[in-house]
Design a protein around this ligand. Sequence first.
Ligand code: FCB
Length: 470
Amino acid sequence: MARIQFPKGFLWGVATASYQIEGAVAEDGRGESIWDRFSHTPGKTVNGDTGDVACDHYHRYREDVAHMARLGVRSYRFSIAWPRIFPTGRGTPNQKGLDFYRRLLDALHEAGIRPFATLYHWDLPQALQDRGGWANRDTARWFADYAAYVMEKLNGQVDGWITHNEPWVVAYIGHVTGEHAPGLKDIRTGFVVAHNLLLSHGLAVQAFRQLAVKGEIGITLNIQLVHPATERDEDVAAARRLDGVFNRWYLDPLFRGEYPQDIWELLAAEEVAPPVREGDMQLIGQPIDFLGINYYSRTLAAASPEARETLGVRMLSGPGPKTDMGWEIYPPGIYEVLTGIHQTYKPKKLYITENGAAFRDRLQERRSGESREGRPAERSGQEYVVHDQDRIDYLGRHFYQAGRAIQAGVPLAGYFVWSLLDNFEWAFGYTKRFGIIYVDYSTQQRIWKDSAYFYQQIVAENAVDERFAE
Ligand code: FCB
């Protein structure tokens, strides 16, 4: 195993999402989102945490772009908050909301950083939830109107448009388990939502082409690698089913214009298959320029007839070491996912739109004279340090496996680390830290963790060392 050099122009980046970092939830005419409502409902998030202030990025975006510039990243994936643009989801646009993203884009361009904008990273305007949210087919049309408006206004300033972030999470965690906003618990609704999300994606892609918007458009899926818990036939079949509802349910429509037959039949038997209208599948399956993949971990599947909501599958964690989320650290999975999707679906281009890890970071005072070997100058001036070797190992090993996938012929064009900053981790509030930059929420101070210095070096060298090969 040797050091891996990445292709010239490889798009190293960092990722964030609006509700997780922006704060300023009542500023400049922003409307309420389902995450405001949900996080303010007692018992829904750890410690009752909300995104009211988050990282205060709305006011500190210049400083945050400066951190990106210092990291040397070539790209930044962020999301646009729909309720800033259309406070009630549709109707009259809010100029001030758009202006914020214009300012952000200007700052990025000045720093030579290429913007990737996600149009939906979970903050649906509450006013649309009041009309049924994603379970209402009309929401797909309203999303497309919002998307068309934003793409037209920001045309030429965004390199990559991402329609949706992780539709499986929206459908399943938001509408079946109810752990995310809007907190519904109904399996049938979950599949209706999934269909409407895909439909809205198709409509947005159509608008992108019709408006001849510059740049490229795609979607981000959380590909969940599934392995059978044992070699027993029933566990192998369970793994196939789980892969079906997690992954193929989205990949097949997007790349083949049809739902996977095996899963469709199971859903139909349970009377939870979504209503599909004539023309829907063509809309969903129209060509996209890239597929974004969020990869974090793998899941083991065991047959369990009583687990109806997951089609008779019990999900287990693998045997390896875990992150602070309890997710198994499994770097070869990123290689398996990339090569597998490349072979089966042949997307024109792929990006890792998220990969990273939460660990229990400890802010430590810098001892006098302490410096990181080779780069003392950069350290001076920072009073605190965070020694997150576990995150460095996690990232380095995943970079390495992604590099191997490129060597195996996968058209992987970029890699966005989740996340630039510690931020509001949904139902876990501020208790989980995913940043390569530490956020002290009491002062809003940003403190580089060791992993930020590590990433700076990866980007500069465009290469990853062989010590991350195992
Ligand atoms: C993904 C989300 C992202 C972040 C990471 C940890 O599912 O897209 O917002 O919460 O997980």
